[in-house]
Design a binder for this molecule. Structure first.
Ligand SMILES: Nc1ncnc2c1ncn2[C@@H]1O[C@H](COP(=O)(O)OP(=O)(O)OP(=O)(O)O)[C@@H](O)[C@H]1O
Length: 365
């Protein structure tokens, strides 16, 4: 295994001119030896391109890929010693489950005793011990995909195991189990894992660190907690969370924020960073919008436009400000008496310890 360092850009065009010509804009990133990473972002943001560049299926048009202190940019997946698991099962139907799992080891000339031991270990982790002697041909799609996962994980000597949306064919209940299982397997096997997904729940349950991507850019690499609490880019605030972060255009003047015609106070410890910015965007997660007393210095009046009871809490949508300056804001509120009513005007605090401030999409405070 090795630390993976990327310093590259990629365009599928022969003569890229503009940013839009790049599937990956210049990026510099490292994957720790033994870490579990997810590449997360919407369709077309460049996740698969990045994964294929790490594996060696694709060579970057610019820059380098290094494993430890070795430049592997021009090496194939075999030469890089990479294991891969794809969206759809890759298994030999005529072989048994055990033979399928053993295949990558037998190919490398591993001793039969060790193969038996390792296949047994992987099968147990994937809860397939009872199916070892069954032929793969008779198995359902999700059992076959479990074999693919097992084949990806069976070798101990790989530089990394790469997964490209591996749970697509798995039914929702088993998907939930397998996500947890993969995390547990990672702790036991200590392999470097890189996992592509567009599903934030999948990424956040599986990975120690998530690389959030949009339009060919990795905008933040962080733990679930960092991405939730301190999104470094407005895209992260918007993409992570359900619903995502609220954003309100604001202007900073003399210790106060003007949000449309409204004015709220800013704590002194945040003011210094905002002074330079003037025009900025306030970001606050629906979880941190809190009911406040009318006239509270950190709150704004909100007219409620929708209130959904979702069991453990209310998801309430409201409007801040009027006319062209009106903005939508959402809050997750714990069950209250009386219940929020559409049309009512309430005061919600939007400035607190969890509030973030952005200039040109980047966090400044
Ligand atoms: N072989 C190719 N030739 C030309 N353009 C490509 C090729 N593969 C991908 N692209 C383009 O590169 C960009 C990134 O694609 P990529 O498949 O890496 O994104 P992704 O995030 O993995 O998306 P998805 O989740 O839909 O697979 C997209 O604009 C896509 O159209």
């Amino acid at each position: 295994m090795a630390r993976i360092d990327l310093d590259l850009a990629h365009s599928y065009k022969t003569d890229p001119q503009r940013d839009e010509d790049y599937a990956l804009l210049p990026l510099k990133m490292s994957f720790r030896d033994g870490g579990a990473y997810a590449l997360l972002g919407p369709s077309g943001c460049g996740k698969t391109t990045l994964l294929n560049i790490i594996s060696g299926l694709l060579q970057p048009s610019h820059g380098t890929v290094s494993f430890g202190d070795r430049d592997v940019t021009r090496l194939s997946p075999q030469q890089r010693n990479i294991a891969q698991v794809f969206q759809f099962p890759v298994v030999y139907d005529t072989m048994t489950v055990a033979q399928n799992l053993a295949f990558p080891l037998r190919n490398r000339g591993v001793a039969p005793e060790r193969i038996k031991q390792r296949v047994g270990q992987i099968a147990e982790m994937l809860e397939m011990s009872g199916q070892l002697d069954q032929r793969a041909a008779g198995l359902a799609a999700d059992a076959k995909q479990k074999i693919s996962l097992g084949r990806g994980l069976v070798r101990e000597d790989v530089s990394a195991v790469l997964f490209d949306e591996p749970l697509t064919v798995i039914d929702p209940h088993l998907k939930w189990q397998l996500r947890r299982k993969l995390k547990q397997i990672h702790h036991e096997l200590k392999l470097t894992l890189v996992y592509v997904t567009h599903d934030q729940v999948e990424a956040l349950t599986f990975a120690d660190e998530v690389v959030v991507m949009t339009r060919g850019k990795a905008v933040q690499v962080g733990s679930a907690d960092q991405l939730f609490e301190r999104p470094e880019h407005t895209f992260v605030g918007h993409f992570i969370g359900s619903p995502g972060m609220n954003f309100l255009p604001a202007r900073y003047t003399e210790g106060r924020l003007q949000i449309g015609a409204l004015s709220v106070a800013v704590p002194e410890n945040r003011a210094e960073a905002l002074q330079q910015a003037q025009e900025l965007t306030l970001g606050v997660r629906p979880e941190y919008v809190a009911p406040a007393a009318a006239g509270d210095a950190h709150a704004v009046p909100v007219q409620i436009t929708q209130a959904q009871d979702i069991g453990t809490h209310w998801l309430v949508t409201g409007r801040v400000g009027d006319g062209a300056q009106a903005a939508t804001i959402k809050a997750r509120l714990t069950p209250e008496r009386p219940a929020p009513r559409v049309g009512d005007t309430v005061w919600w605090s939007v400035v607190g310890a969890h509030t973030c401030f952005y200039k040109n999409d980047l966090r400044i405070a």
